[in-house]
Design a protein around this ligand. Structure first.
Ligand code: ATP
Ligand code: MG
Length: 145
């Protein structure tokens, strides 16, 4: 049975290369901590093109796949496992809509994103994708409880 909405969840958050270049790693983390979201794991890495393609495999047929994976492998990123009640939806509220022009005022993307592709942060969109994405970057031993 899937966990009830509102129960304790984990999600994957990424500060994308544009976020790292703009110096907003701390601002992103501050918003999570302010909301009482626990950071269960965190590391910085620089994806190869192949690793970015693997992460975004579900978007392989989309017209923006080549550009997106080039961008995601263009510089270091910070990947985090977030933990808390209903954290998948709460993280996406903190992030704002994919397109910063449509993102609510005060969200990370409204404040810092340049465009629909270079939009500062990633967040898993469902429990199943969260589990897959967390496993892509972290072993069990790297996630604190
Ligand atoms: P993310 O998965 O990064 O949290 P999201 O769920 O809001 O963002 P998706 O539809 O899953 O958005 O798209 C994944 C990523 O692909 C987006 O965050 C963005 O970087 C890029 N992207 C999405 N749509 C477009 C587009 N129309 N043109 C260019 N890039 C896009
Ligand atoms: Mg998505």
């Amino acid at each position: 049975m899937p966990p009830a909405p509102g129960g304790k969840q984990r999600t994957l958050s990424i500060v994308k290369p544009d976020g790292v270049k703009k110096g907003v790693i701390g601002e992103v983390i501050r918003r999570f901590e302010k909301e009482g979201i626990r950071i269960a794991a965190m590391k910085m890495l620089h994806l190869t093109r192949r690793q970015a393609e693997g992460f975004y495999d579900v978007h392989r047929q989309r017209p923006f796949f080549a550009s997106l994976t080039e961008f995601m492998s263009s510089g270091p990123i910070v990947v985090m496992v977030l933990e808390g009640d209903d954290v998948i939806a709460r993280n996406r509220t903190i992030m704002g809509a994919t397109d910063p022009k449509k993102a609510d005022a005060g969200t990370l993307r409204a404040e810092f994103a340049g465009n629909i592709e270079q939009n500062i942060v990633h967040g898993s969109d469902a429990p199943e994708t969260a589990a897959t994405e967390i496993r892509y970057f972290f072993s069990d031993m790297e996630i604190t409880s």
